[in-house]
Design a protein around this ligand. Structure first.
Ligand code: MG
Length: 395
């Protein structure tokens, strides 16, 4: 049995609101489609993962799916049915025995559900997941009830829907040839061609994200789930100082700010970014910035300090951890920091893989006291919270 997953992501997803189609909106720090595709990429029974996208979303798709092993995306059609047909056709060369067709907007598909559909395909040519309808169903044309529908045999169906590959390929071709383009799932395409379709039990969590509140709920759920799997909470702190020398700008948290002096010392002398790097290294006991990037090594002279921060983040992520929060205080009489905080948060968020709402950036003077008050340099404090899987020894 060779099984290829086709993920259908060509819709405009406009009911979810927001600046991007719903499958590209972010939940728990990554686009919805990333989580959906990852579920199939990580599943041992899935040979390849093929995605059908709207041609105009190509850049969004490539950005959203960086790091996943995927087939090049296929361009979709006018309707969901047409997009699925194109996805199915694109696999001719691979000629799998089976395909699973899944909605990109169902990121909570579990490995067990994928297993259940694949197990069903050993006995049936077509298998779809569904849940028995538990609400009472009414028929109500124009909003006035005309009758109660017997719910005994009613199922609310989901994806992934599994099919023998030649069967669904032919069923899609037949439907298109006869001018049928508006079918809303692939089972309907197979039904139309006269095939028997078996139902396996679906999952409540495998719901389709449709509205703005669906996206918000999914974000909260997945963030909580991610954090629950990372119970080892650690806080690190860092401190750094750099002194002024003649110049025309300072770089603070990656943002170049015009100033009558420049900061000197290690790299681009971005003191708050160095403090933050040390805070993150501190959470995992991995020394400090000078240990990883010795100031005596001339190759670090003048370089962008984000290199160091990225390295610290990669060490945390290699342990399966995430940065959950960071808080930075810059101590300086000048320049003014407040006008640059939004840009700083955006830059740091991208490096830390963190929503800007989890970042604090503050600035204070020292009331003209001390070396900072005398405008001899800039100092910075940072704290970072990291969450790790619970596998390190305590003692
Ligand atoms: Mg430094």
């Amino acid at each position: 049995m060779t099984v290829i997953a086709i993920i259908v992501a060509a819709g405009s997803g406009s009911r979810a609101g927001g600046p991007k189609p719903k499958q590209y909106q972010t939940i728990a720090g990554k686009p919805v489609i990333y989580w959906t595709l990852k579920a199939f990429c990580d599943h041992p029974r899935i040979e390849r993962v093929c995605t059908v996208i709207a041609a105009e979303h190509r850049d969004l798709f490539l950005e959203a799916t960086a790091g996943l092993a995927l087939d090049p995306p296929v361009s979709g059609g006018e309707t969901r049915q047409e997009s699925c047909r194109k996805g199915v056709e694109s696999l001719r060369l691979h000629n799998p025995t089976h395909v699973l067709i899944h909605d990109a907007a169902r990121p909570f598909v579990s490995p067990e559900l994928i297993d259940r559909v694949i197990a069903g395909l050993a006995h049936h040519p077509c298998v779809i997941p569904g849940l028995p309808v538990s609400d009472t169903m009414k028929r109500a044309p124009g909003g006035i009830v005309s009758g109660t529908v017997d719910r005994a045999d009613l199922w609310s169906v989901q994806t992934p829907q599994g099919f023998q590959y030649p069967l669904i390929q032919e069923a899609h071709a037949l439907a298109a040839q006869s001018g049928q383009f508006g079918l809303t799932d692939d089972a309907a395409v197979a039904e139309r061609a006269g095939h028997r379709i078996a139902i396996v039990l679906g999952e409540m969590e495998n719901r389709k994200l449709t509205t703005p509140s669906d996206i918000q709920d999914a974000d909260a759920l997945l963030t909580a789930k991610t954090f629950a799997g990372l119970p080892d909470v650690r806080v690190g702190q860092g401190f750094d100082v750099h002194k002024f020398a003649p110049g025309e700008a300072v770089t603070l948290l990656g943002v170049r700010i015009p100033h009558p002096f420049a900061l000197t010392g290690h790299s681009d002398a971005d003191a708050p970014m160095h403090a933050l790097t040390d805070a993150i290294l501190g959470t995992i006991g991995e020394g400090d910035i000078g240990f990883h990037f010795p100031p005596s090594d001339s190759k670090w002279r003048g370089v962008d300090s984000s290199i160091f921060l990225r390295h610290a983040v990669s060490l945390v992520e290699a342990k399966g951890g995430v940065i959950a929060h960071a808080d930075i205080t810059i101590l300086a009489e000048a320049p003014k920091i407040a006008p640059h905080i939004a840009e700083m948060k955006e830059k740091l968020g991208a490096i830390l893989h963190l929503d800007p709402s989890r970042l604090g950036i503050k600035a204070t003077t020292t009331e003209t006291l001390g070396f900072i008050g005398r405008r001899e340099g800039i100092a910075a404090f940072a704290a970072a919270t990291v969450r790790l899987p619970a596998h390190g020894p305590l003692r």
